[in-house]
Design a protein around this ligand. Structure first.
Ligand SMILES: [Fe+2]
Length: 296
């Protein structure tokens, strides 16, 4: 079966299909298979180590695939309208680059990105880590869309956190910056425990399996010399395990773009901007069709 979505926002962009090391031991005859936009995709590296991809159906049609930032990116149509986003922090030698493996979630990929942008859930979902129920207010912050890249940025975000990361030994007022690069990719910059003048980075590359299923790939770009990879990964797994049931319990699996359906508040400025940004792009993949969104 070929791709089930006709949304050019997805077909003509770069979509992740997992980390590059997942190709180890794979060949054209014995590829790794995964799912993307409702289709099976076969992946392997050729003799020179260059990643290759094809549709897993009878057509076996070749797909355009590239490796960037430790991950594989497929352009389903083969005709990307723009290059992949930039990630200069990936090349900074002082940062630890840690792939935290993928988390499967039965919900629209766009819901995962929106949840990632939502600070209001910290005290309730990540209690005693990213917030406490005694302090639930989200302070005002600034959101803008970059004229040159079209990316969403949120600046001057802050939240009091008892344990902001695996290495944190006490509470801090954590500073955040958020960035949405594509409908299914976002990252945040956050107060670094070890370096007051730097921000750690967390990337969320969501693999759009289909309209209501996704794999969230998490890449850490941390200034961290003490913790092991396993300790850093297990902290992220613990946090994501708190988000997963919340995400999967959405009655509406797809993201409604009609604000009337899920009333946003001032604290949801990023969510409002993200939904409007998707609507302006004419996003149809992973969203609730307008007819259903406008139901009373
Ligand atoms: Fe969360």
């Amino acid at each position: 079966m070929t791709f089930t979505s006709t949304d050019p926002n997805m077909l003509n962009d770069w979509l992740t299909v997992g980390p590059v090391p997942s190709l180890q031991g794979c060949s054209q005859a014995a590829p790794r298979t995964t799912r993307l936009l409702g289709a099976t995709v076969a992946l392997w590296a050729d003799a020179s180590g260059t990643p290759q991809a094809r549709l897993g159906d009878a057509s076996g049609a070749a797909l355009r695939v590239e490796a960037h930032y430790g991950y594989l990116w497929v352009c389903p149509s083969g005709q990307p309208v723009r290059p992949l986003f930039t990630l200069p922090e990936y090349a900074e030698p002082a940062r630890r680059l840690v792939d935290c493996a993928g988390f499967g979630v039965a919900v629209s990929p766009l819901r995962i990105v929106e949840n990632f942008l939502d600070m209001a859930h910290f005290p309730y979902v990540h209690t005693n880590y990213f917030g406490t129920t005694a302090d639930t207010e989200v302070a005002e912050y600034r959101v803008n869309i970059d004229d040159n890249t079209g990316e969403i940025w949120a600046n001057e975000c802050r939240f009091p956190q008892p344990k902001a990361s695996a290495a944190a030994s006490g509470g801090v007022m954590a500073a955040y910056r958020y960035r949405v690069m594509q409908p299914c990719t976002a990252m945040l910059y956050k107060t670094c425990v070890h370096r007051a003048d730097e921000l750690d980075g967390i990337c969320l590359f969501v693999q759009p399996v289909d309209d209501e299923h996704a794999i969230g790939h998490v890449l850490l770009l941390y200034f961290e010399d003490e913790l092991s990879d396993a300790e850093m990964i297990s902290f992220q797994h613990m946090i994501f395990a708190q988000d997963k049931p919340i995400l999967e319990n959405h009655v509406i699996k797809r993201l409604p773009l009609d604000m009337k359906l899920e009333t946003p508040t001032r604290a949801d400025a990023m969510s409002v901007t993200y939904r409007r940004w998707l609507k302006n792009r004419g996003q149809t993949f992973g969203v609730l069709p307008p007819a259903e969104s406008s139901r009373p």
